[in-house]
Write a new protein. Structure first.
Length: 317
């Protein structure tokens, strides 16, 4: 691990050994057999003082033996309906949850054993982003910058630049977040994620709530981050066009398992050949064929979306 002039931790470069090529592929994210389960209440429960012993809870497997390898500089997409496990996987990578099994590494560092190092290499943008709503957009971003030991002057300049590229006028930086629309707040969340120039950027439905033009602004900036900073992006989205436009490869997840993984073009070719839509299949066709579900279906929300989700106990507990 090296420390750059700006104080941010950067992944160490890999040198060639045993006759390997000098330009060895650097793996940004490696997930091997990741597994996560939760227990949740099975139906209405009586008040705790009326219960006799621990109530039985239904076992839910949110991430089921998933393995993914993402090289540095790739924009990797994860598509899945609500409840499929994609947000759980993002939380496992971002160290917010501990896997029950398997191995997850960010630039070679284990997300559990090397948690502090991993957190210096990543940043996460979620549709559920939290802010200090009484503070302005700029004050929220400066707070985030201090957590990463960024010089304030540099952070201020970057914040203004990023939000400008996302279509927010500088004068709006000084408005309280509570006065902004959900779309504007999401732009601030995206700016917060980009502010520290992470080498692995985790985007959990980042453009939800944005108008079409704002979505394009965000997509262009993501591509710019990859082009200029070699940033690796792990993206979950419900926008099929966004996934098709941005992602080098896409994995489709259903019921906690990866059911397909390939380039957008190859996924569309395969599904088109199966359905008789050669040359005209869309990513929505791919999604429907592989999951049997529509993104608009009203599925049960993932167990882990509740902040107080209780981890599963072993059989001996």
């Amino acid at each position: 691990m090296k420390q750059a002039k700006d104080g941010m931790m950067k992944p160490a470069s890999h040198s060639a050994t045993n006759g390997q090529a000098a330009h060895e592929e650097v793996v940004a994210l490696e997930i091997t057999g990741a597994y996560k389960r939760f227990r949740k209440e099975s139906g209405p429960q009586p008040a705790f003082w009326k219960r006799s012993g621990r109530p039985k809870r239904e076992l839910t497997v949110a991430v089921d033996n998933i393995s993914i390898r993402v090289p540095r500089g790739e924009i990797f997409g994860l598509l899945g309906a609500n409840g499929s496990g994609k947000s759980t996987l993002i939380r496992l990578v971002s160290t917010l949850l501990i896997p029950d099994g398997g191995d997850i590494r960010v630039f070679g560092y284990d997300v559990h054993n090397d948690e502090r190092i991993v957190r210096r290499l990543i940043n996460r943008v979620s549709v559920e982003a939290s802010f200090f709503k009484k503070l302005s957009a700029l004050e929220n971003l400066m707070y985030a910058a201090r957590l990463y030991d960024m010089p304030i002057d540099e952070a201020r300049q970057k914040a203004v630049f990023i939000l400008g590229k996302l279509g927010m006028a500088e004068k709006r930086l000084y408005e309280p977040l509570e006065n902004m629309s959900r779309g504007m707040q999401q732009k601030v969340a995206i700016a917060r994620g980009l502010l520290t120039a992470p080498v692995l950027l985790l985007l959990d439905e980042p453009t939800t709530g944005l108008d079409p033009r704002s979505k394009q602004d965000v997509q262009r900036f993501i591509q710019r981050m990859r082009r200029e900073h070699d940033t690796t992006v792990f993206l979950t989205t419900h926008d099929m066009d966004e996934a098709d436009r941005l992602c080098d490869r896409i994995a489709v997840i259903a019921d906690g398992k990866i059911v397909a993984l390939d380039t957008p073009a190859e996924l569309k070719r395969q599904i088109g050949a199966q359905s008789g839509k050669n040359g005209s299949a869309t990513m929505e066709d791919v999604f429907l064929a592989l999951t049997g579900k529509s993104l608009d279906d009203d599925f049960e929300v993932e167990a882990e979306t509740a902040e107080m989700a209780e981890p599963a106990y072993s059989e001996g507990d």
